[in-house]
Ligand binder design. Structure first.
Ligand code: AMP
Length: 429
């Protein structure tokens, strides 16, 4: 038999990791639904051109990291490197902008694919949770979305989140600023890294994103975006920062923040986590405002704002922060029996308990009482319920509290009430 290996850059999640990833999604969905966001689900692959047009040809994601192929019908297909483009395409394909109230408010959660060099916490298949608010008319739309992301990160357990935020102005402002950057970088570009050289030609704004320490010295002296903003753009941005201040959200204005994607305008932001000793552990989520994306994929001009979070990164950081607090799997009861007749009764009893909302399990392996009890304990069970011949005859079952080792006989008709009362702690979680 051949053996199969896990593909480079992918991972299997099981036990705590799988549970935690699940739980994260649950909390994030619950939080954004408080703001009136509903789910949208789109395919994991699309026409390649959708991504080259919307994510942008100058972005690393499209340039170097797409999983692209030609299908059997000769179509150019790519696995989605992010989910926004597909959501925008779905909004246009289904004319949601014309048939629903604006703004549209959708959240998504699913795999994205980037052919990255696998490194700490970077995968080739990873999971993004994000939101898109399409058809926004006020900086309050942006403010609310940014606060919602912040609050979502607190809800999933980050003790401290700080916000890096910047405004890129509108297209005209960015054109002027790009021209100024080109003029500034022209005498330096020959000594800068290959990425910067490429960005100098395709989108000089992205040079500000470069992490090379030598390049950063040159970047530090570049003209600042703020000198190019109109009064209107400044006022727009102020509504957002004022809202952040009203809610005591710690933010830092970072004028070199441009984000990796080409489509942003006005506000862009990143959520950062700082550890106890004040070390910034990097971005845990990011987003921004974009004006052209819906029109870029064939719809009308509609301004939008959104953010995306990488679930694997959130999970690995949260594991470090709150190790023992993470919920472990548990069972309310485990049915223990011997013999065929009792097995049927145990089977039916387990079903009844599950229909009543209890987490319940049993084995069909002819193990003796002791062995079954061991499994029950390993599976973190609260109560063992013994289904012996006498018990079946009398319709009374011995229930053992596996924590205190106390045992009581309870009539069949009282079982649900008994468990409800004694499991109150779990069920109120
Ligand atoms: P981006 O779409 O690049 O703005 O990323 C949004 C979120 O996805 C970030 O919070 C990242 O942590 C996460 N992310 C991006 N690329 C990867 C990757 N290759 N593996 C895991 N998470 C990723």
């Amino acid at each position: 038999m051949p053996t199969y290996q896990l593909q480079r850059g992918t991972y299997d999640a099981y036990d705590d990791d799988a549970l935690n990833l699940d739980k994260l999604q649950e909390i994030l969905k619950a939080t954004v639904s408080l703001y009136g966001f509903n789910p949208i689900i789109t395919p994991i692959y699309e026409q390649t051109e959708l991504f080259t047009r919307s994510v942008g040809e100058s972005s690393d994601i499209v340039n170097k990291e797409m999983f692209s192929f030609v299908d059997k019908g000769g179509r150019n297909i790519s696995l989605r490197p992010e989910l926004t483009a597909g959501v925008m395409r779905a909004i246009v394909t289904n004319k949601l902008y014309a048939t629903r109230d604006l703004p549209l408010k959708y959240y998504y959660c699913g795999p994205a694919f980037r052919y990255e060099r696998p490194q700490q916490g970077r995968y080739r298949q990873f999971t993004q949770f994000g939101v898109e608010r399409v058809g926004v008319t006020s900086p309050l739309d942006d403010a609310e979305t940014i606060i919602m992301g912040y609050s979502s990160l607190l809800m999933i357990g980050f003790p401290r989140v700080t916000l890096k935020i910047n405004t890129l102005g509108d297209e005209k402002t960015r054109d002027n600023y790009r021209a100024a950057l080109k003029e500034y970088f022209a005498p330096h570009i020959a000594s800068m890294c290959e990425d910067c050289k490429r960005r100098f030609e395709t989108n000089p704004l992205r040079i500000l994103d470069c992490k090379d320490p030598q390049d950063r010295e040159i970047i530090a002296k570049a003209p600042s975006m703020s000198e190019y903003l109109s009064d209107e753009e400044k006022a727009y941005f102020k509504v957002i920062t004022d809202a952040l201040e009203r809610f005591d959200i710690p933010y830092e204005l970072d004028t070199t923040l441009v984000r990796g994607l080409d489509y942003y305008s006005h506000v862009v932001f990143e959520y950062h986590y700082t550890s106890d000793d004040g070390t910034n552990l990097g971005a845990i989520g990011a987003g921004g405002h974009y004006d052209n994306l819906v029109s870029e994929v064939g719809g009308p001009m509609l301004s939008s704002v959104g953010f995306a979070l990488g679930l694997e990164r959130l999970n690995s950081l949260l594991k470090e922060i709150k190790q023992e607090e993470y919920e472990k799997p548990f069972l309310d009861c485990f049915l223990i029996y011997q013999g065929e007749e009792c097995q049927t009764v145990a089977f039916d009893l387990a079903m009844m308990l599950r229909f009543n909302g209890f987490k319940c399990d049993l084995l069909y392996q002819n193990k003796n009482y002791g062995a079954q009890l061991k499994v029950a304990t390993r599976k973190m069970t609260s109560f063992a319920i013994f289904v012996g011949e006498d018990e079946v005859k009398n319709h009374r079952f011995n229930i053992k509290n596996l924590e205190t080792q106390e045992q009581e006989a309870v009539a069949y008709d009282d079982l649900v009430a008994y468990l409800d009362e004694h499991l109150e702690v779990h069920h109120h979680d």
